[in-house]
Write a protein that binds this ligand. Structure first.
Ligand SMILES: Nc1ncnc2c1ncn2[C@@H]1O[C@H](COP(=O)(O)OP(=O)(O)OP(=O)(O)O)[C@@H](O)[C@H]1O
Ligand SMILES: [Mg+2]
Length: 220
């Protein structure tokens, strides 16, 4: 499966979750390609730290942006079990290329009203992409960097649930230090020396749902 992380807004957790997903898919025994489609190179930095921390990354990393991304993914697709693409919020050429070639688009939303307003730019982009695709793109939205207890979560979740072009996944990723601390040394949250169990359950519930269509976590 080709899974692309996209958003119009920056800083919503795309790179963090994409890197966690590549590590998680590897842990599940899959052959994984992680594509850094952002000039900021966040997942490349993550991977460099990972190599230092673990000695090996477990997945293959490549950098590619723009129109090249679509062609390359099409030719690499058959060589991997899964391809995870991280895109940069501002680079619309790479985002379009990724959305054209992906099976699944993951669009995180931080549950604040400013972030929800970007939906007005997301919907026309998705409509445009769907109109040129032979097979419809599966578009998932979910809450990212959510407050652990906040009325905003429910309000934004309800709003996201109301768009027929998007499938809202009720598997929020909360804002937790454990997530950013682990990523800072190139580790997924479940690879940290003393993992934050709640953070692990959340991220695995999201990934399990996407890959296995199940909402059960592999970690108790
Ligand atoms: N669940 C989380 N809990 C705590 N911190 C998080 C979480 N997700 C992301 N962060 C932190 O938020 C910041 C932005 O995250 P990230 O770089 O993954 O976002 P992005 O959407 O890829 O941003 P950009 O649009 O700039 O590429 C980083 O400092 C990251 O460590
Ligand atoms: Mg990023």
């Amino acid at each position: 499966m080709v899974i692309s992380f996209n958003s119009i807004k920056g800083g919503v957790g795309k790179s963090t979750i994409a890197a966690n997903m590549a590590a998680w898919l590897h842990k599940q025994g899959h052959d994984v390609l992680l594509i850094d489609g952002d000039d900021q190179e966040t997942v490349s930095d993550f991977t460099a730290w990972r190599e230092q921390t673990l000695g090996n990354t477990g997945y293959t990393l490549v950098n590619m942006t723009g129109l090249n991304l679509r062609k390359q993914v099409e030719s690499l697709k058959s060589k991997y079990d899964h391809i995870v693409i991280d895109t940069g919020g501002r680079d619309t050429t790479s985002q379009r290329a990724a959305l054209t070639v992906a099976d699944i688009a993951m669009i995180p939303f931080v549950p604040r009203s400013f972030d929800l307003w970007t939906i007005n730019k997301v919907l026309p982009l998705i409509d445009e992409i769907q109109s040129i695709r032979a097979v419809p793109l599966i578009v998932y939205t979910f809450l990212s960097r959510a407050d652990i207890r906040s009325a905003d979560n429910r309000e934004v979740a309800e709003a996201l649930n109301g768009f027929e072009q998007l499938t809202f996944l009720p598997f929020p990723i909360s804002n937790r230090k454990a997530v950013s601390n682990a990523a800072g040394v190139g580790l997924a949250v479940f690879e940290a020396p003393d993992p934050d169990k709640k953070a692990v359950v959340e991220i695995e519930a999201l990934f399990n749902h996407i890959i296995n269509g199940s909402n059960t976590s592999t970690t108790a």
